[in-house]
Ligand binder design. Structure first.
Ligand code: MRU
Length: 383
């Protein structure tokens, strides 16, 4: 069975409710942009590429099922208003804003055509949104391929034989239209027979690692071990060479023009650990995550989420012996009354990043330590 976070056919959209994973696989119908906004905000769907695709397709579904104005300008105005609204759902990941820009352009082009009708504008929107779904899967497969080749050819561990990799958060099929970015690199290494072992961090406070990445790794029969976030340093120090750990590979929510990368909270400290232990630190992301308009990480807005995500844990009841999937409980794991700070992302400065893996190749820094990310939009000079 293929893991599918997004099920789409024209006029119909369903998302796998990621709050219920790994214990239940339930799909929610998304009928409108408002449904998508809530699903994204509540993190029933999450991950930078998946957020963008769900938002784009939700509006496509809404447009296909509504009574449409015959006037092109009116349909264009409706679409732009809904896209502006969707972009407010979560601020850090740039993929949704990037998708909204591309969809707006497609709609403007269609509207400006001689004799354009509302139906023409809708068709232009729907086709552009549907293409995003298809492109994301092939982009991820290419990210996986380039990343795996880079790891095999550019790391000491890769030179020795099958490598182990560490990853953080969830960047797999559940965070994208399919296959995944950083997890796609691990999948690709595995399919080449070049993966010894994958280590995934729990990723507190939302546990995307233990709930989602671990679920994907088990699903794909990839040899893997779960660690808590605080064990990463110990893993590299005590087992790094025995496990032949080549790199830590993570995804991204926004890569600024200079390579500074916003990703799930906890990424920054992993980058220091990689540097301290002489292994590579890699960011895997499609070009839709690269934002040349954001100069550096200082300009990225970091989403802060409710404190209860830190103080409360939700899951099916476990009495110490067995799991009861019918009873979902929320338990408090912090002292009552304590203040909480819950930034959802952090920024890793480009100095700590060895390579940015995209669907057109891996970008490395020049001899003065600078990334030139504009080259990925020209597809030249990449490994
Ligand atoms: O808060 P989330 O779960 O949406 O955060 C997800 C991440 O940080 C991922 O690493 C990133 O979006 C890349 S997903 C391919």
């Amino acid at each position: 069975m293929v893991l599918q976070a997004i099920k789409y056919s024209r006029g119909q959209l369903e998302i796998l409710d990621q709050l219920k994973l790994p214990h239940a696989e339930e799909y929610d119908h998304i009928y409108s942009s408002m449904d998508a906004w809530h699903a994204i905000k509540e993190m029933r769907t999450r991950g930078a590429p998946a957020i963008a695709i769900v938002a784009a397709l939700a509006l496509a579904v809404e447009l296909v099922n509504m009574k449409l104005s015959p006037v092109a300008e009116e349909v264009k105005a409706f679409i732009i208003e809904k896209l502006d609204y969707l972009v407010t759902s979560r601020p850090t990941a740039v993929n949704l804003a990037d998708a909204a820009k591309k969809l707006t352009k497609a709609v403007e082009r269609a509207t400006s055509k001689e004799g354009a009708t509302g139906a023409d504008v809708r068709e232009a929107y729907v086709q552009t949104a549907e293409k995003m779904l298809v492109d994301d899967v092939s982009d991820n497969e290419n990210i996986g391929k380039h990343g795996a080749e880079w790891v095999i050819n550019n790391t000491e561990a890769g030179n020795k034989g099958p490598v182990s990799m560490v990853t953080h958060c969830n960047t797999g099929s559940l965070a994208t239209a399919g296959y995944g970015t950083a997890l796609g690199v691990i999948r690709s290494l595995h399919s080449k027979g070049a993966l010894k072992h994958a280590f995934c961090t729990e990723t507190r406070p939302y546990n995307q690692g233990s709930r989602l990445t671990a679920f994907e790794l088990v699903h794909d029969n990839i040899p893997a071990t779960l660690i808590t976030d605080s064990m990463a340093g110990c893993l590299l120090r005590l087992r790094g060479s025995a496990e032949n750990i080549a790199a830590i590979v993570v995804g991204a929510d926004r890569v600024a023009a200079n390579g500074d990368t916003a990703n799930k909270i906890g990424t920054y400290q992993l980058a220091f650990l990689a540097r301290g232990h002489g292994i590579k630190f890699l960011v895997a992301a499609p070009r839709t995550t690269i934002d040349l308009d954001t100069r550096s990480g200082d300009d990225i807005i970091i989403e802060e989420r409710p404190g209860k995500e830190v103080t409360l844990v939700k899951g099916p009841r476990h009495d110490g012996v067995s799991l009861d999937l019918n009873v979902v409980e929320t338990v408090s794991i912090a002292a009552n009354g304590i203040g909480v700070w819950n930034p959802a992302f952090d920024v890793t400065p480009h100095e700590l990043i060895d390579g940015i893996i995209t669907e057109v190749g891996v970008v490395e820094k020049d001899s003065s330590g600078e990334f030139h990310l504009e080259q990925v939009f020209k597809s030249e000079g990449l490994k």
